[in-house]
Design a protein around this ligand. Structure first.
Ligand SMILES: *[C@@H]1O[C@H](CO)[C@@H](O)[C@H](O)[C@H]1NC(C)=O
Ligand SMILES: *[C@@H]1O[C@H](CO)[C@@H](O)[C@H](O)[C@H]1NC(C)=O
Ligand SMILES: *[C@@H]1O[C@H](CO)[C@@H](O)[C@H](O)[C@H]1NC(C)=O
Ligand SMILES: *[C@@H]1O[C@H](CO)[C@@H](O)[C@H](O)[C@H]1NC(C)=O
Length: 426
């Protein structure tokens, strides 16, 4: 049934004026009426649209290699930025219909002029139904800069009523509160649920404040305890993100050099690696190497796979290098916790694949340069939740809800999928 619905409405993604062959018409069905035909079919949710990838297989106008721009937004022929934002759930494959359900919504909850206060480390605290997140540590547009970057914030999801979620722009209707962690998490960048508390990864500051892993009490007074800050006496580069292996409870984490390329940490003194930490025994060990910038990291719900994003294309103050990875890799996770069979899972554009999270069915969601892109477990792009701007990270809040951090914008999403939370098991 879903396939039929998709077929009869797919024509909306076709360029105006593009000639359709007989085969095209049978694929689209005779109902195709060009752009705008969607409004006649209630099977496609009101905030969704089909993007037909065949409409841009041949462009004659792709940007030359002498002027590459892996950060540029791409509008398929027949669409505009406005039409893409207008119906932000982009169906690339019918599988996406089950993920978004009949009435997905995207709502702007707050925004700033230029200060990137909605950046990373979104983590849900189910007991109080709150979403915590952090500001951008190194960005030049960050108001008071690094002094402000230690600020963790939160919103109460119970205050996001259905009436609010039904609006596209509900800016200002939900309170954004600062959380003063004590002692402060220094330049937090990643977070995950761990043993009923929140685990933050701090990037460190200057020569002497080492990157560290902090456990934070999710209740006032938000006291923290550092649980790791070195490997046999050597500082990490700038800890970025973590995920809990649901089979052995160990913390797997990434250590790129974003502190250095944003001028708040010294030059790298370690390879850029994925590590694992067994808090019970204290053992720290490398889990994988061979990255340019290991970044987002997430286990599949059953722990059989580990996904790691490499955002090497983004070198922060050193610009973008479009011949570097913008890539998600997938490993098989062995029973003993070792990783093998690194597979190239997805190459992403525009921007880089940053925060990674999975739903309970194993679909992979990733924060990219144009919003969240959603890949099925075979690495097929099935859809996008399109914001039209850099959306570094996001997080599920259980079933059917998601919070998206798009630097100067904070969004709330409703959809059918449910987030997988390996970290809650430990
Ligand atoms: C959302 O509404 C606010 C006013 O409440 C306005 O300032 C802002 O420009 C709107 N944003 C968008 C993207 O429409
Ligand atoms: C954003 O949230 C803050 C804190 O709740 C509030 O003071 C501000 O008015 C909000 N701004 C917008 C544009 O939503
Ligand atoms: C917070 O403080 C309480 C009371 O001293 C303590 O039991 C708890 O372990 C602390 N939590 C963290 C994460 O430091
Ligand atoms: C990108 O990386 C390649 C390979 O290291 C290097 O040759 C090139 O100079 C880099 N370009 C930029 C703009 O950094």
């Amino acid at each position: 049934m879903a396939l039929f619905r998709l077929c009869v409405t797919a024509v909306a993604g076709v360029a105006v004026g593009q000639l359709l062959s007989i085969n095209d018409l049978s694929w689209f069905g005779v109902l195709g009426q060009g752009v705008g035909a969607l409004s006649h079919d209630d099977a496609i949710p009101p905030q969704a649209q089909v993007i037909d990838q065949r409409s841009f297989n041949v462009l004659y106008s792709a940007s030359p290699l002498s002027d590459p721009d892996g950060n540029a937004q791409f509008s398929p022929p027949g669409t505009t930025r406005e039409s893409l934002v207008g119906r932000p759930f982009h169906i690339y494959d019918e599988e996406f219909l089950d993920i978004i359900g009949p009435n997905p919504t995207l709502t702007l909850l707050n925004h700033t002029e230029s200060d990137p206060i909605f950046h990373e480390a979104p983590v849900w605290y189910p007991a109080k139904d709150e979403m915590f997140f952090v500001q951008n540590a190194g960005a030049k547009a960050a108001g008071t800069g690094l002094a402000k970057s230690a600020i963790i914030q939160k919103i109460s999801l119970s205050t996001v009523t259905p009436a609010i979620a039904s609006q596209r722009n509900a800016s200002g209707s939900v309170k954004v509160e600062a959380v003063n962690s004590i002692p402060s998490v220094m330049n937090p960048n990643g977070a995950t649920n761990y043993k009923g508390q929140l685990l933050f990864l701090g990037e460190g500051q200057g020569e002497t404040t080492a990157p560290a892993m902090y456990l934070m009490n999710p209740e006032p007074p938000y006291n923290t305890t550092v649980i790791l800050d070195n490997f046999f006496g050597r500082q990490f580069n700038s800890l970025n993100d973590a995920s809990i292996n649901p089979r052995n409870g160990e913390i797997y984490f990434t250590d790129p050099t974003y502190g250095y390329v944003q001028d708040f940490r010294p030059p790298p003194g370690m390879p850029k690696q994925v590590w694992r930490f067994n808090e019970a025994t204290g053992a720290v060990a490398v889990a994988a190497d061979g990255f340019n910038m290991p970044n987002g990291i997430a286990f599949s719900p059953n722990g059989a796979h580990l996904y790691v994003a490499d955002t090497g294309m983004a070198q922060a103050f050193y610009g973008s290098n479009f011949s570097f990875p913008s890539t998600i890799y997938r490993y098989n996770v062995n029973e003993d916790g070792t990783l093998e069979n690194r597979k190239t899972f997805a190459f992403v554009t525009p921007g880089v694949p940053d925060g990674l999270h999975l739903d309970t069915k194993g679909n992979v969601y990733v924060g990219c340069g144009d919003g969240m892109q959603v890949y099925n477990p075979s690495g097929k792009l099935v859809g996008k939740i399109y914001t039209g701007s850099v959306s570094a990270n996001f997080q599920f809040a259980g079933e059917g809800r998601m919070v998206v951090l798009a630097e100067t914008e904070l969004y709330f999403v409703t959809l059918a999928a449910e987030g997988a939370f390996p970290g809650r098991l430990y």
